[in-house]
Each structure stands twice: as structure tokens, then as C-alpha cells.
Design a protein around this ligand. Structure first.
Ligand SMILES: [Zn+2]
Ligand SMILES: [Zn+2]
Length: 335
């Protein structure tokens, strides 16, 4: 199976939350949460085009300064999306630095910050390096309800969970997965190249069979390629759920968002026997996280955001989650 993104936790499960979604093609990445990002290289961070931040507790946003600083001389924009009030918080963070060395000759790096209220983007601001990052309000993109970002190949669905404050949970849904039969390509005397990505994109967009795909020499009908050398399947789903109170209002939202995900990354902060602590701090227990994963029918589940109180028994939360999930799925994709 050829996946659109390769997701991995940024840190070990006792350290700051964060998921790095590396696109298999196109030198691009997305981040869910922006806590400590020191395990990521500068090269990996420079690939990040979009960051989706669950909420601004410091363990979910402390990596902002490093990412922002690295991007200062980058021509492509960086888009950050978070809960209500987020754009203003980012603006304040930027204004806490001095920018007198920037002028019209600087690379015009653009930072975009947007608020998402659980249903839609409600506010967007742009800050340009050439304007010393002065805030400029712009109209936020309009997507269908429940979608925080959308492109040709995928969409990012998001819900607002209760964590005492709103905490966003995210799912990347690939629109359609298009795989290539390499052997058939060879039979057809076609060498793989950038044109193949164009063809895959055409299939995802539902372009007609007559659509012509340009080859290094000549062209081919999309339909000829599709019916012989391409195989279309449902797309990849990667879900990320963190900082959610273990109560009835959050459950249906989590279940809907994570339904049949290929990979679910979910917080498992406390053991079920310490449920009172989970309730008091608005976090999930490992048992509840495993039960949610099972009910949502996910294929692989990976726990993270473990409380430091279990450092002396590092596998306890993981064990409880998998017991609740009800499978021997210990080889989850976190490795
Ligand atoms: Zn939190
Ligand atoms: Zn947290």
C-alpha cells in the first residue's frame, strides 16, 4: 500500500505531544501540535507547510519559536491553525521580538494564523516579513463544515473537544488512493516520472478519461493509463486525538472523527485506576483511549502523552490501552 503520508510521533510517549506527517512525495510535511520539536532536524522542519495546534497549553506550542525562526528566510508561507483566539496569540508572540532589520529587500516570508471553532475557520491573519510582521486580517478560506483545511489530495477534518478549554482533534483523510502497477508500466514502455503524479492527481480529481497526460515524449489518455496501470482504493486516514476530558460529550465527536482510521494516535495520560486524576485534569485514561479506538474500528492505535507519574512503569499505560483495544496490536506504527 502506498501511503500519502508517513506519520510519526515527534517525541517519546512521556514527552511533548506532536505528530509529524511526512509526505512520501513532494518534500512536504504537516505537523499536528507544536510542542518540543528538538528531535526534528532543521531540514525536516523546513518541509512543514501547515501546523494544526490542538490548544495552546505550553507542551503543545513551545516549538513555535524554533519553527518560525527557521522559516524566516523561506519564500513559501507557513500556515498555523488553532482554536479560537489562536491568531491573536500568535500575533502577540511575534510582536514580542524586534524586527527593525527587516525591510523591503527581505525574503517575503509570510506567516498565516487562523482560528478554527470546531466547525469552520472563523478568522485569519497574515504577517509578512517585508512589513515587519505587522498583522493583516484576511478572509479565511471557506470549506465545508468540519473541515479545517482542504486540498486536491486530502482534507484535514477537525472537531473541538472539551479539555476545560477547547482542544482540537484532527484527522487527515486522503481523498482517494491511487497505486501504480509498475510491471504494467514497463509493459506499456513507460518510465516513471513527474508525469505520473499528474496522472494520479487527475484520477483523484475525477478528470475524464479523455484528459491527456503529457509524457517526456508525446502524451497518453488518462483513461488508458487508469484502466491498465493504476489501481484506485479508499485513501489513507490518520487521526490525532489529545487533551480531551473522559466524558460523554467528547466520545461521539472522537468516534466520528476517527471512524475506521488506518492509524490513530491518541493520548493515554492516566491509568483507569487513577480516573479521578483524569477527570480533574480533563485527560483520557489509557483504558478509555483503547475503548474509543476499538469502537471506531481503527486498524492501528498508538498511545502518547503519558503522565510522568508512570515513568517507573513505562509500559503500564500502553499495556492497558492494548488490553482495552482488545488485540495484540503491539507493533503499532509508532516504531
Ligand atoms: Zn492541555
Ligand atoms: Zn497536553
Amino acid at each position: 500500500m502506498s501511503w500519502l503520508v508517513q506519520p510519526r510521533l515527534v517525541n517519546d510517549s512521556f514527552s511533548d505531544p506532536g505528530l509529524y506527517l511526512d509526505f512520501r512525495y513532494g518534500r512536504r510535511a504537516i505537523l499536528f501540535d507544536l510542542g518540543d520539536v528538538s528531535p526534528l532536524s532543521s531540514r525536516e522542519l523546513l518541509r512543514v507547510s501547515h501546523v494544526f495546534v490542538s490548544h495552546t497549553h505550553v507542551d503543545h506550542i513551545a516549538g513555535f519559536d524554533r519553527l518560525f525562526r527557521l522559516c524566516l528566510h523561506r519564500p513559501s508561507p507557513l500556515t498555523l491553525i488553532g482554536p479560537p483566539g489562536f491568531a491573536e496569540q500568535i500575533e502577540h508572540r511575534i510582536r514580542s521580538f524586534t524586527w527593525n532589520l527587516l525591510d523591503e529587500s527581505s525574503v517575503d516570508f509570510c506567516l498565516r494564523a487562523m482560528d478554527y471553532d470546531g466547525y469552520r475557520l472563523t478568522r485569519a491573519a497574515e504577517c509578512h516579513a517585508r512589513e515587519a510582521f505587522a498583522r493583516r486580517d484576511v478572509a479565511p478560506p471557506v470549506f465545508p463544515d468540519g473541515i479545517a483545511w482542504m486540498e486536491d489530495e486530502f482534507r484535514i477534518e477537525a472537531v473541538a473537544l472539551d479539555h476545560g478549554i477547547p482542544s482540537l482533534a484532527f484527522a487527515l483523510r486522503e481523498v482517494l488512493q491511487v497505486n501504480v502497477w509498475r510491471a504494467v508500466l514497463t509493459e506499456m514502455d513507460l518510465a516513471p516520472g513527474p508525469w505520473l503524479n499528474e496522472a494520479k492527481r487527475g484520477v483523484r480529481l475525477g478528470l475524464p478519461d479523455d484528459h491527456a497526460i503529457d509524457l517526456p515524449s508525446g502524451s497518453i489518455r488518462l483513461g488508458d493509463l487508469k484502466h491498465r496501470a493504476l489501481r484506485v482504493a479508499p485513501g489513507q486516514v490518520v487521526a490525532y486525538v489529545t487533551d480531551a476530558a473522559p466524558h460523554g460529550d467528547n466520545r461521539p465527536k472522537i468516534l466520528q472523527l476517527t471512524q475506521r482510521a488506518d492509524q490513530l494516535f491518541i493520548e493515554a495520560v492516566f491509568l483507569e485506576c487513577d480516573r479521578s486524576l483524569a477527570v480533574a485534569s480533563h485527560h483520557l485514561t489509557a483504558w478509555e483511549a483503547g475503548a474509543l479506538a476499538r469502537e471506531a474500528g481503527v486498524r492501528h492505535v498508538t498511545p502518547f502523552h503519558h503522565s510522568a507519574r508512570y515513568l517507573s512503569e513505562p509500559d503500564a499505560l500502553r499495556d492497558e490501552l492494548y488490553k482495552s483495544f482488545g488485540t495484540a496490536d503491539r507493533g503499532a506504527i509508532s516504531a
